[in-house]
Write a protein that binds this ligand. Sequence first.
Ligand SMILES: Nc1nc2c(c(=O)[nH]1)N[C@H]1C(S)=C(S)[C@@H](COP(=O)(O)O)O[C@H]1N2
Ligand SMILES: [Mo]
Length: 361
Amino acid sequence: MRPYGERSSHESPVRVLRELTKSPGTGSSRTPLQDLYGIITPSSLHFERHHSGVPNIDPDKHELLLHGLVDRPLTFTMADIRRFPSVSRICFLECSGNSIGGPSGSELPDVQQSHGLLSCSEWTGVPLSVLLREAGVQPAARWMIAEGADSSRMSRSIPIEKALDDVLVAYGQNGEALRPEQGYPLRLILPGWEGNTNVKWLHRLQLTAEPAMSTKETAYYTDLLPDGKALIFTFVMEARSVITRPSGGQKLSGHGFHQITGFAWSGKGKIRRVEVSTDGGTTWTDAQLQEPVLSQALTRFRFPWHWNGGSAVIQSRCTDETYYVQPTRDEFVALRGYNSGYHYNGIKPWKVQEDGSVVNG
Ligand SMILES: Nc1nc2c(c(=O)[nH]1)N[C@H]1C(S)=C(S)[C@@H](COP(=O)(O)O)O[C@H]1N2
Ligand SMILES: [Mo]
């Protein structure tokens, strides 16, 4: 027995870390998607993306300031926040920089590196709309600037419509308090929107008439198009899927039955359909979706496959409830070009070679 549990000493999946050497604690770590079961990412394996390290915040001293174009500026302690009615919901979080090499086809050799800035948790907190009503939103308020308490005070501007819709001011993750790396003691969760807008270590919300045009929405997280113009405020993560098993770096143990499995997700709602091809995209067959299929959460799909021992290109393609279909890489590039790797959601082929080893397709 032990007071706080750990996994079996025989289990070894870990995050892959990429720390920026010039600023320790800053960089990213990726979820080992190939080793997960079901749809929930264990908190210890949730991906991380820190732009200026992980602050160590004392929850008893932490406060959230809500000010700007409101009738009553308010300050909430963590005790105040926990007195409000709470809700829980399961949703994915994906960095829009996931698979940044996708358009050029220079994707990393395994699914952890190519897609691992993606996780899914059950988040618990207070609906932001409740706090906003408490403060009284003035009619002139069109935007909300959310700021973190990390050393760079990372901030993003969020349209008031989203702020009043389904945003969560979260303090719980998978049944316990947020992990420090996920924003302890308080973060924003914006279901279906790019990871960067989910501000961690949240300490300030300001309602404004205009967006802040902060670094992370101008110099970064904008999508440069072939004509030199850039898209800005591209918030929604469009539908995407990937096979996690078998995937790059793995090796099939022998001919015969193998279950193909992976994830599909959409920032616009529920996944409606996942199709799998095992012949390089010539024919496609529906995969089984694990129920319940949740809106803006990872959906697990499974597909029974008989591997005859020949080389085979396997890939998945999803459709969401808006009937949006995940594009091929060529279709993505035709729309968006090669300049920006943000929001890449192309179909991902893996090649199973005759010796059973799996590489980029
Ligand atoms: N305050 C603050 N919030 C932040 C960040 C940050 O560096 N500082 N990183 C953002 C980015 S780019 C992403 S993708 C997500 C990552 O959340 P996670 O580390 O919990 O996976 O948090 C976002 N919120
Ligand atoms: Mo991100």
